[in-house]
Design a protein around this ligand. Structure first.
Ligand code: DCP
Ligand code: MG
Length: 677
């Protein structure tokens, strides 16, 4: 597994291999400061060694290491003139970003303490003071602060938690209860900001600028009052952070957890001092993978170092990603209350102990359909594309979709179509089932049922508690941009496994559908804050790296290249949906349908190159045939550009192999290796 120096080591070379075993379980949460980290790592390592989870972690780790090496090599090739060019770019961008700084608003982020555990303790006071966790032996959702002292935390399998803390009491989840208490807290939030933004059941952002002004009191006082009110209303404690923007407010709310608050004044110097030593991982949107890449490739550990390494960041990443990093370095974040966004999808999912019991799987599916339908009806939504997401016992994620002629929202309809999708996958051992509905009836999308409360969950993600993922270590390939689903109006019901196809053919530079590998900020957590939600997409480009390839190869300003690529995106739909005969998909999310090459979902970049290769082949065929005559001018331009980019990459890849001589192309390597799986 990974070592801090970036090398890999097998356990035979390393007498303490757990030291380099970093998973979501070993990452500290609030209340875990005094924990013996090495002891936790050792238990986690020993208990997961040899498991599917462990194998999956190893695959992910190998991918990250490969990514890091790749990026290091790229950086090493940057010449001094190129770096000084990007230094100017970075300096200019920093000035521009600085000019957008808005210190006029006060944001409060509130987060309930050990939420599910605290609710359970309210209903059973005998649990008070005892280490307890909510969840099962296979996965726990959260642990109280007593249990955290042993290293027990959310997303950890219960059997590992029990090993860490033999006294640990397990309590099963009860979402009805959590929703009830969440509603009580929201009533309080509403008094301070009627437009508060709920980020999950236990977390919200409030713009307290007006209430502070009207009542002539400070953010400190409002935070104290609000926390007291929540306690009086719901009997639960919470923690709060107050800052000039939402990004910082969220960081602040975690500082004095539990039952505490931290207020950052609306002052530039105070913000810069705060940010100067802040570890990058504290920022929403920077998860394990991004942290590793920034640390191991660029030597960036603190937010301030983002500014110091601005030239490299600008040279290597796309504008939006570099902008995000520079903004973090400046302590900037959103200050406005976003206008109602039109929701694009609604979903619900459940993690459970892996099972292949068909009856049980259908029962879970029925429950999820029920919850999804309830959420849809609450928001007045009806949709016609239904996607089934499955995570197998070996942590592979599969998605299957169907697009219907009529719009649906009832649990019966959802279940009927979801069952067809599930049936096609059986027999299979699953640990997660999710359902998502997209392609909404336009009118409904434009008229949210409750326009007074502009919650993030209303407009961005499902608001259902069941969608909170515990231990979702591998959501790769699952965060598919709904825009890319094929519109198959001509068939009444069509099995659409091609969303993967669309994803694979997505624009390599700006395709936001590529998921990040981050464990905690990964794409399916319902707890994603707005910032995280946006930047997990931005940051996912880190893993994809093609912007770097293009920039360096073009030798000068990359803007043109990036624009060209960006321009291609909308037509991907035309390209992929109109040519069914050559359709490229990853069968079982593993095997290329065109040539049989096997590649795990986590090998995002390699898959991208692989699909580019087939795309180039197909376009070549089309260009030489008569197909081109029926294309519009725009399509012809786009295809020519695409072809250029794809063959450019192919040439580059060939060059690399020629140079490295003994290097085995990654797809060949996996074609061989996977046979032994
Ligand atoms: N949750 C979950 N799965 C996770 C993380 C959280 O089901 N991987 C649920 C249980 C939590 C609730 O969401 O109680 C809120 O999540 P938080 O991350 O805010 O964790 P807690 O509120 O439990 O603890 P705290 O905020 O005090 O750190
Ligand atoms: Mg919480």
């Amino acid at each position: 597994m990974e070592r801090s120096d970036g090398e890999c080591a097998s356990s035979s070379e390393n007498p303490r291999p757990w030291q380099s075993y970093h998973t979501v379980y070993t990452n500290a949460k609030a209340g875990m400061d005094g924990v013996d980290k090495e002891k936790v790592q050792k238990v986690v390592y020993e208990m997961s060694k040899g498991s599917k989870y462990f194998e999956n972690e190893e695959r992910k780790e190998a991918f990250i290491q490969q990514k890091i090496e790749h990026m290091r090599a790229r950086c090493a090739k940057l010449t001094s003139p190129v770096i000084s060019h990007y230094q100017k770019v970075a300096d200019k961008r920093i000035l521009e970003l600085e000019a957008t700084r808005d210190l006029s608003r006060s944001w409060l982020h509130v987060d309930m303490d050990a939420f599910y555990a605290a609710v359970e303790t309210l209903s059973n006071p005998s649990l008070k003071g005892k280490p307890m966790a909510v969840g099962t032996m296979s996965m726990i959702c959260t642990a109280n602060y007593e249990a955290r002292r042993f290293g027990v935390r959310a997303a950890m399998p219960g059997f590992i938690a029990r090993k860490l803390c033999p006294e640990l009491i397990f309590v099963p989840t009860d979402f009805t209860k959590y929703t009830y208490y969440s509603d009580l807290t929201r009533k309080v939030f509403h008094k301070y900001d009627p437009n508060f933004m709920a980020a999950s059941l236990d977390e919200a952002y409030l713009d307290i600028t007006e209430v502070c002004r009207e009542r002539g009191i400070s953010g400190i006082e409002i935070a104290e009052e609000l926390r007291t009110s929540v306690y009086e209303e719901a009997g639960l404690t919470c923690s709060a952070g107050v800052a000039p923007n939402r990004l910082l407010a969220k960081v602040c709310s975690d500082i004095n957890k539990p039952n505490g608050q931290f207020v950052l004044p609306n002052d530039r110097m105070a913000v810069m001092t705060f940010i100067s030593s802040l570890p990058i991982r504290k920022i929403g949107g920077i998860g394990k993978v991004t942290e590793h890449i920034l640390r191991d490739v660029f030597g960036i550990n603190t937010c301030e170092e983002m500014l110091q390494k601005g030239s490299l960041l600008c040279a290597v990443f796309s504008h939006s990603t570099a902008d995000f990093f520079l903004s973090v370095g400046l302590g900037l974040g959103s200050t406005n209350t976003p206008q109602a966004r039109f929701r694009k999808s609604i979903s619900s999912e459940r993690t459970f102990s892996a099972t292949e019991d068909k009856a049980l799987l259908y029962r879970k599916l029925a429950e999820i359909a029920e919850m999804l339908s309830a959420d849809m009806q609450k928001e007045g939504l009806r949709g016609r594309t239904l996607t089934l997401k499955l995570k197998t016992a070996s942590f592979e994620v599969r998605t299957r979709a169907v697009t219907l002629q009529k719009y649906i929202s009832s649990s019966e309809d959802i279940l009927k179509h979801a069952s067809v999708l599930l049936k096609a996958e059986l027999p299979v051992s699953l640990r997660l089932i999710g359902l998502r509905v997209t392609q909404f009836n336009e009118d409904k999308v434009r008229a949210p049922s409750d326009p007074t409360q502009k919650t993030l969950t209303n407009f961005m993600t499902s608001g259902h508690a069941s969608k909170k993922i515990v231990g979702d270590q591998n959501s790769l390939g699952s965060d598919i941009n709904d825009d890319y689903l094929i519109d198959d109006k001509e068939t009444s019901v069509s099995l659409d496994v091609s969303e993967t196809n669309n994803y694979e053919f997505g624009d390599p530079v700006c395709d936001n559908s590529l998921p990040d590998l981050n464990d905690e900020n990964c794409s399916f957590s319902n707890k994603i804050s707005e910032v995280e939600k946006i930047h997990e997409n931005e940051v996912s480009q880190l893993l994809e790296g093609n912007s770097l390839v293009l920039r360096q190869e073009e030798g000068s300003c990359c803007d043109g290249v990036e624009e060209v690529d960006k321009d291609i995106t909308p037509d991907n739909k035309v390209g992929t949906s109109s040519n069914q005969k050559d359709q490229f998909i990853w069968l079982d999310d593993y095997k290329c349908s065109l040539c049989g090459t096997e590649m795990p979902p986590s090998f995002i970049e390699e898959r991208q190159e692989h699909s580019d290769f087939h795309l180039a082949e197909r376009l070549q065929k089309e260009e030489s045939g008569s197909d081109l005559r029926i294309l519009t001018h725009r399509e012809r331009c786009v295809r020519t550009q695409r072809d250029h980019i794809a063959s450019h990459r192919k040439r580059k890849k060939q060059k690399l192999f020629e140079k490295e001589g003994t290097h085995i192309p990654i797809d060949m390597f996996f074609a061989k290796r996977n046979r032994n799986f």
